[in-house]
Design a protein. Sequence first.
Length: 115
Amino acid sequence: VQLVESGGGLVQPGGSLRLSCAASGFTFSSYVMSWYRQAPGKEREAVATITTLSGSANYADSVKGRFTISRDNAKNTVYLQMNSLKPEDTAVYYCKANGVRRTYWGQGTQVTVSS
């Protein structure tokens, strides 16, 4: 089983990034997918979640209207489009696969928002 995040980097405030999480080794379409983040000295927090079939999404209040989660079940990939980035969005971003019996995590990708 693998979850491989990519797309992180350094961006100026107000900028955009698109994170990707490529999954393998399990039935991706059967798993609820989430993005989490963890800033230095803080607990890991949920950012966005997308369901399996309907693709309904939920967001943390801090990112509503700025971030969009989506998934492509044909490509076994979940995305996080991040717009209007703020310095407080700086964190390591992780994707998580939530199954009935198992949960998988990726290794994380660093996002730094700074001028």
